[in-house]
Write a protein that binds this ligand. Structure first.
Ligand code: AP5
Ligand code: ZN
Length: 212
């Protein structure tokens, strides 16, 4: 299946995308991870305000569309089924995506702002394999150590309170209209993202099975 997962920062897109990739054997295409792996690439020839993605990401601002569109176009052209996470983040990107592929299922995870701030400021990620944890809601067996691979757990540079609040404002201004835009699509399903991760996963599986 071709799945799009939408929702604000911290809604659980990465967590549930990992489940989708494993259960349905689809490629997890994530602009956030792709950009984090290429934080220092030189984008100055694209007429951007900063020379690398790093400055935008640390502040919680959007990286310029041209950079992100190219990443997604390349990744989707190589994937059969996919779960797309972190894109599109504004209406121009949504229009760009329409020229790249059709979608079977569009999941929209809904979570309140105060819960998002708690989730993001408490998130820890494995420096080696990227698995998500949380200091309260999702603790590893051993403090600071990844259950999956034994790697060190670190805090993302943009998970400080100031960047988190800016990311949520950027979402309200740019990405909320993208969700409205997809609401009329046949495959659109709104999911209550404030349930436990297992409950959210169960609703997502029902949605995927109903649309594929
Ligand atoms: P990106 O990496 O996409 O970050 P994001 O959208 O802010 O999303 P997150 O990864 O923070 O949250 P998530 O929804 O995946 O939640 P998670 O599962 O981790 O983007 C980063 C930056 O890259 C952007 O700011 C921008 O600069 C740039 N960028 C990326 N895409 C771009 C684009 N298209 N255009 C321009 N720029 C772009 O969960 C969060 C926490 O909550 C975890 O600790 C988790 O354990 C916990 N949790 C998950 N589910 C639950 C639950 N049900 N109950 C309790 N806790 C839960
Ligand atoms: Zn790990």
């Amino acid at each position: 299946p071709r799945i799009l997962i939408l929702g604000p920062p911290g809604a659980g897109k990465g967590t549930q995308s990992a489940n989708l990739a494993e259960e349905y054997g689809v490629e997890h295409v994530t602009t956030g991870d792709a950009l984090r792996a290429n934080k220092d690439m030189d984008i100055s020839d694209m007429d951007t305000e900063y020379d690398t993605p790093r400055e935008y990401m640390e502040a919680g601002d959007l990286v310029p569309d041209a950079v992100v569109n190219a990443i997604v176009d390349e990744a989707l052209s190589q994937a059969d089924g996919f779960v797309l996470d972190g894109y599109p983040r504004n209406l121009d990107q949504a229009e760009e995506l329409e020229g790249m592929t059709d979608l079977d299922v569009i999941l929209s995870l809904d979570v309140s702002r105060e819960e998002l701030v708690d989730r993001l400021t408490g998130r820890r990620v494995c420096d080696d394999c990227g698995t998500n944890y949380h200091v309260e809601f999702n603790q590893p067996e051993e403090d600071g150590v990844c259950d999956e691979c034994g790697g060190d757990l670190i805090q993302r540079d943009d998970d400080n309170e100031e960047s988190v609040r800016n990311r949520l404002d950027v979402f309200d201004d740019n990405t909320a209209p993208v969700i409205d835009h997809y609401e009329d699509h046949d495959g659109f399903v709104a999911v209550d993202g404030e349930q436990t991760p297992d409950e959210v996963w169960s609703e997502i599986q029902d949605a995927v099975e109903a649309h594929t």
